[in-house]
Design a protein around this ligand. Structure first.
Ligand code: AMP
Length: 112
């Protein structure tokens, strides 16, 4: 298995897990870009948003809703950002779909 996020799901690689259920896992990003930087991933291996299919519609919405739930639990009352990097121009480096949840500081727009 050469997908690092699949290895985190299987327990083969350690991660600081924040939330898990039968569909989704959330853990701390190894190289945080904000005071809160979590990654939310589906247990099912999907390479990225570009590879998602209609059968994943509910899962994609669920990832976002769990992100909102975790943001609330983290007390991110000032706001936060959820991000999916898709492909090389966006800097996607891990090819297992993941939602970044970033918060705890002000963020500029447009993103770099
Ligand atoms: P992206 O550039 O959107 O593909 O984001 C991949 C993210 O995964 C980056 O923010 C990395 O810091 C993070 N990352 C890579 N390996 C690990 C790991 N083993 N545990 C936690 N986060 C990781």
């Amino acid at each position: 298995m050469d997908c690092i996020f699949c290895r985190i799901i299987s327990g083969d690689l350690p991660a600081k897990k924040i939330f898990e259920d039968e569909r989704v896992l959330a853990f701390e990003d190894l190289n945080p870009k904000a005071p809160t930087h979590l990654l939310l991933i589906p247990r099912e291996h999907i390479a990225g948003l570009a590879e998602a299919e209609a059968q994943h519609d509910a899962l994609l919405g669920y990832l976002q809703r769990i992100a909102a739930q975790l943001a609330q639990e983290r007390g991110l009352t000032g706001g936060y950002r959820t991000v999916l990097n898709v492909g090389p121009d966006a800097g996607q480096s891990v090819f297992h779909l993941h939602v970044h949840l970033l918060g705890g500081r002000a963020m500029s727009w447009p993103p770099g």
